[in-house]
Unconditional design. Structure first.
Length: 92
């Protein structure tokens, strides 16, 4: 599941240059998107396999950093956001 999130992000990230060129994204957003990509890259590799479990999605600091950066992207795109980030609960 978590690896699919990262793969989906990677696929979407590939069109960022086109969106900038079309005037759909500004450089502040692109900087945050690149930062998310960098976090996901740092979390890669066999030595980090535990960071890609369902449990890690709600407990790993790297995933928390991704959520924080994604929230900043949303604020840049849609304006101020006054609501707190939701608690993530894993249901089994």
């Amino acid at each position: 599941m978590t690896d699919e999130l990262a793969l989906d992000y990677d696929h979407a990230f590939r069109v960022v240059g086109h969106l900038v060129g079309a005037g759909r994204l500004d450089y502040e957003v692109v900087a945050e998107l690149r930062a998310i990509d960098a976090v996901l890259c740092r979390m890669g590799g066999r030595e980090n396999a535990e960071r890609w479990s369902k449990d890690a999605l709600s407990t790993d600091p790297g995933w928390n950093e991704v959520r924080e950066k994604a929230r900043r992207v949303l604020v840049c795109l849609i304006g101020g956001w006054r609501l707190p980030m939701p608690e993530i609960r894993v249901v089994r």
